[in-house]
Design a protein around this ligand. Structure first.
Ligand SMILES: *[C@@H]1O[C@H](CO)[C@@H](O)[C@H](O)[C@H]1NC(C)=O
Ligand SMILES: *[C@@H]1O[C@H](CO)[C@@H](O)[C@H](O)[C@H]1NC(C)=O
Ligand SMILES: *[C@@H]1O[C@H](CO)[C@@H](O)[C@H](O)[C@H]1NC(C)=O
Length: 340
């Protein structure tokens, strides 16, 4: 790290003196390219195509992020208490030397306070291209706290949008169903002492599959615009893993609190307090107060955004851009969930 920094400073001096060959320019850290923009708006490095006006679309980059949400007030930007978006923006502004507003960091969606992610996706833009993403990737992870990791960074097409290009999202909710809680699971699984009947939960979960108005399962969020309450659930599996019960749900999108509210109802059904046929009845009511008669929402820490799936045509790699970075020491494209 230290040696890297010396090399970096050395290059910066050369660049400032205008001695750098244009062919080397794209290899430079972005900070150099952008700082050149600050002065007179022109790159002294020769190739003006490498540095765009920040008001233009610029170069788009896609991030795949994993985080332990325990210590954060969710994804959405706010200064205090810290959010994932805020901490990530701080790291990105340091690595790119761009202003927060010029980065235009957009996530696939919000995660609530205390919710985790293994596959959150975000995009941001820079007015300059990179020659390689490995150093940027390492620098970002070096600046980020250890509970937030950038798993991948790739160039993205201009039409890629972390939120609008998404075609489905997968969430997992973990329930630790045993008398004594496993202390190593306490931040990642909800502890339920009452013995659950997973067979009947599985039966009830099937009622959620399909296209449906989920108004009864959405809480109103103050900063949400009015959303289409019709969402499609592609699958909702209830999987026994020893004392753990893993609820896996994939849908076209989810309303605010929808997953936790659906899980809450399945918990009541698993306790055999209410029959599975209650699900279609509550769905049809399209009234949040109807669900409130049976259950509160489940706590956030059992929930994890596992992956966001995109329209393949929006994921194509644009020409003239560097290769994706999966970290310096390996190049597997699909990482397995590490903690299941
Ligand atoms: C779980 O529920 C199913 C379906 O109602 C029932 O057939 C089964 O006996 C229940 N299992 C237990 C252990 O109670
Ligand atoms: C969600 O909505 C229900 C029903 O309106 C309400 O009772 C509950 O307090 C809400 N929860 C949150 C966290 O807003
Ligand atoms: C994917 O994107 C293309 C181009 O924007 C669009 O024509 C197509 O309908 C999209 N496919 C899906 C499944 O959304």
């Amino acid at each position: 790290m230290r040696r890297g920094r010396f090399e970096f400073l050395g290059l910066m001096n050369v660049a400032a003196a205008g001695l750098l060959a244009p062919s080397l320019a794209p290899r430079l850290s972005s900070s150099i390219a952008s700082s050149n923009l600050d002065g007179n708006g022109r790159s002294p490095l020769g190739d003006s195509n490498d540095v765009l006006n920040p008001s233009q679309a610029g170069y788009k980059w896609r991030l795949v992020l994993a985080y332990d949400g325990t210590n954060y007030a969710g994804w959405q930007y706010q200064l205090s208490p810290p959010t994932i978006q805020c901490v990530l923006e701080n790291a990105l502004t340091r690595v790119t030397k761009l202003d927060r507003k010029d980065l235009c960091l957009v996530g696939s969606g919000r995660t609530d306070r205390g919710v985790h992610a293994w596959g959150q996706v975000a995009h941001f833009t820079t007015p300059f291209n990179y020659d390689s993403l490995e150093d940027v990737h390492a620098a970002l992870n070096g600046l980020l706290p250890s509970d937030i990791r950038v798993r991948e960074i790739s160039p993205a097409l201009p039409e890629f949008h972390a939120r609008f290009s998404a075609i489905s999202k997968v969430y997992h909710y973990k329930i630790y169903n045993d008398a004594i809680m496993d202390p190593f699971q306490r931040h990642f699984a909800y502890h339920c002492v009452y013995k659950l009947n997973s067979t009947v939960m599985r039966e009830a979960a099937k009622y959620f599959i399909g296209k449906c108005d989920f108004s009864a399962f959405a809480n109103v969020s103050h900063n949400d615009r009015v959303q289409d309450p019709v969402k499609q659930i592609f699958r909702f599996d209830v999987i026994d893993v020893g004392p753990l019960l893993r609820l896996e749900v994939e849908g076209s999108g989810f309303l605010y609190r929808q997953v936790r509210n659906m899980v809450a109802l399945l918990l009541q059904i698993g306790k055999e307090a209410i029959p599975p046929e209650i699900v279609p009845m509550i769905l049809e009511s399209r009234d949040r107060k109807e669900l409130a008669k049976y259950t509160l929402s489940t706590p956030p820490h059992g929930l994890c955004l596992v992956s966001v799936n995109y329209n393949e045509s929006h994921l194509l790699l644009p020409p003239g851009r560097p290769a994706s970075s999966f970290g310096r020491h390996h190049s597997v494209t699909k990482c397995k969930l590490p903690f299941y």
